[in-house]
Write a protein that binds this ligand. Structure first.
Ligand code: BYC
Length: 325
């Protein structure tokens, strides 16, 4: 632009930024924190990342229930490490949300006041140690199916966080499967515990992928922005196809009489999912919703002194720096 050319209007600049954003998406490159982005993209990204972070943090509770009662030192060490990993995943994700202006305190407040969601799966109880294995196998297995494509999500900090998270989730899935294999080669009572856990967790695991495509309000826009790379139903099908042979190898029965190989489709057919149950659990009416949120609220309140002490320390350090300068 020369001095004699008129300055671009605000609307021109906005259009220029918009074109740049669309171009980055079309070329399959990443949107980075300092890039201009449409407000709706920012909102969607904060919603998804926050829901994901909350799921990791609330997801520590069902398995945490078994840390003190793990049957051996080895199982206890494995479970402790896994639950700690979930805390780490939550922290990377809250940091990714912060790069979009999502304030961590605000997000936590929304979680504990029920204004933001977390994955439905963590509202089911863990009734036996076999549940730890089944969560690793099915829940982490479903999470991997859903999250590997998110490593190519269009928002850079989210995609990069997802690479590390997926590596750790793979170990989580393996530890679950290995635990179940051990139990399945144990006593009859152990085999029954595994089958009972599979019966309780199979359908809720399928619900983790979200509502069916024709009832998923966010999918079309999130696919267009390349936040999501596959629809909810595509990923659910991928999970079923991957899991059926694993169930056979394990020797458990998946609780679905309609599950059968469809040679024409090249996929397994499966029975109808109870979408009313998913709606009820998402809207706070699952078996453990109240308990999970209460526990998170109590932990947040118990930790207030730590946050205050850290803030006071940071202020003191800053004052010392200013005095020294
Ligand atoms: N539970 O239009 P839709 C883990 C919500 S933790 C609750 O299809 P979208 C682990 C959805 O948010 C892994 N809410 O939405 C941790 C939306 O809400 P709004 C957790 C659900 O976003 C510890 C509304 O329903 N993984 O691995 O296009 C131990 C309409 O849905 C659910 C993630 O968070 C649900 N199941 O697609 C072990 C992955 N499903 O708009 C393991 C990241 C849907 O009313 N998230 N909703 O506020 C995603 O991939 C997508 O957000 C979803 C939903 C596929 C979940």
């Amino acid at each position: 632009m020369t001095a004699t050319e008129p300055a671009p209007s605000e609307a021109d600049s906005e259009r220029h930024f918009e074109r740049y954003f669309e171009d980055v998406i079309a070329r399959d490159q990443r949107i980075e924190p300092r890039d201009w982005l449409p407000e709706a993209y920012r909102k969607t990204m904060i919603r998804q990342i926050a829901q994901h972070a909350h799921s990791e943090i609330i997801g520590m509770q069902p398995e945490g229930n078994w840390i003190t009662r793990a049957p051996s030192l080895r199982r206890k060490a494995i479970l402790l490490a896994k639950v700690q990993d979930e805390a780490g995943h939550g922290l990377y994700l809250y940091s990714a949300a912060e790069t979009l202006g999502g304030d961590r305190d605000d997000l936590t407040e929304k979680l504990i006041s029920g204004r933001q969601k977390y994955s439905s799966i963590f509202n089911y109880p863990t009734l036996s140690f076999a549940d730890v294995g089944v969560i690793g196998w099915l829940v982490d297995g479903a999470a991997i199916c859903n999250q590997v494509p998110l490593c190519r999500s269009s928002y850079g900090p989210y995609a990069r966080a997802m690479i590390r998270i997926c590596k750790e989730e793979s170990f989580h899935q393996r530890q679950g499967y290995e635990l179940l294999m051990t139990m399945m080669t144990g006593t009859e009572a152990q085999r029954e515990m595994v089958q009972d856990a599979v019966n309780r967790y199979w359908w809720p695991s399928l619900m983790m992928f979200g509502p069916p495509d024709d009832d998923s309000p966010n999918t079309a826009q999130s696919m267009a922005w390349k936040i999501k790379r596959h629809t909810n139903d595509e990923l659910r099908q991928r999970f079923v196809d991957m899991t059926v042979p694993q169930a056979e190898a394990l020797g458990v029965t998946l609780p679905d009489p309609d599950l059968s190989w469809n040679a024409d489709r090249g996929h397994y057919d499966f029975g109808a999912i109870d979408w009313d149950e998913l709606k009820q659990v998402i809207s706070g009416g699952g078996p453990c919703n109240t308990e999970r949120v209460e526990r998170r609220r109590a932990a947040h309140e118990d930790g207030a002194w730590v946050r205050e002490a850290a803030a006071a320390h940071a202020r003191k350090q800053q004052q010392r720096k200013e005095v020294a300068a």
